[in-house]
Design a protein around this ligand. Structure first.
Ligand code: 6PG
Length: 260
């Protein structure tokens, strides 16, 4: 792993989203300058909505080279893209449509597919084509966003599930213990190949999981999947609000170096 996780503690969700949007633009500019494009994997759940709103609202959005962006997804619920629970559906409504982004830069997982195994293989084939790398290599996203479940799950990699152990495939189906049961998800090795992994975590409900991930080295990673996120060479950055970071030892020691 390139280095220790960077933790940025901010006052609230709006500040987390604003800082993360700034990081998005900075990282994307750098990737585009280096490679001519930026490939980002968006996370699911509800937190990303605030990020999308800040990206749209930013004064940078008007002059940003969106045609050089490619949007992928870290996971998807197995529902149609117009369903209220669709991760693509949230991004489409809050980011893609407001910015009038072109469909050719957006690559969604086909959550509506009856055959989830085939949908996972199809997405892996799409990644193979778009990234131009082949197994045993893994596709290197420039920017990969993650949320954190209150059980420390990431993407659709839930505690104790078989998908956590997958080290060869890039995309697999998985089962969720709550909410939409059938999922599609990137696997751990793909997450850890990213140039930058960015967690957005807010709310007191996440505080115990955040503490376990940061402060409990003995915690079983299969029960706390976020502990499996250790980028091989990339950066690992957490944007958290005070409520989510409240139980961290470094904050209770009065260490304010992470607070902005
Ligand atoms: C999903 C997500 C999942 C999410 C966390 C946090 O599809 O549900 O990928 O991993 O990021 O559950 O969700 P919230 O942002 O809603 O707290």
């Amino acid at each position: 792993m390139a280095g220790l996780p960077e933790l940025r503690v901010l006052e609230n969700l709006e500040e987390v989203a604003r800082e993360a949007a700034e990081f998005f633009y900075e990282s994307a500019d750098e990737a585009i300058a280096t490679r001519g494009l930026c490939r980002v994997a968006l996370s699911g759940g509800s937190t990303p909505k605030a990020l999308y709103e800040q990206l749209v609202r930013s004064p940078r959005s008007g002059r940003f080279p969106w045609a050089k962006m490619q949007f992928y997804f870290g996971d998807e619920r197995c529902v149609p893209p117009t369903h209220a629970e669709s991760n693509f559906g949230l991004a489409d409504a809050a980011l893609f449509r407001p910015l009038s982004l072109e469909a050719q830069g957006i690559f969604r997982m086909k959550g509506e597919a009856e055959d989830t195994e085939q949908a996972a293989r199809d997405y892996e084939a799409l990644l193979l084509k778009q990234f131009g790398v082949r197994p045993p290599a893994f596709p290197p996203f420039d920017l990969l966003f993650l949320g954190l479940g209150d059980d420390a799950h990431i993407a659709s990699l839930f505690p104790g599930t078989a998908a956590l152990d997958e080290r060869r495939r890039w995309v697999v189906p998985n089962q969720a213990p709550r909410g939409v049961p059938n999922r599609l998800t990137l696997t751990v090795p793909v997450l850890n190949q990213a140039e930058a992994v960015v967690f957005l975590v807010t709310g007191s409900g996440k505080a115990p999981a955040v503490r376990t991930v940061f402060d409990d080295p003995a915690a079983d990673a299969r029960q706390f999947p976020a502990r499996l996120v250790r980028p091989e060479k990339g950066r690992l950055i957490w944007f958290a609000d005070r409520a989510a970071a409240a139980q961290l030892a470094m904050l209770s020691r009065g260490d304010s170096s992470h607070e902005e």
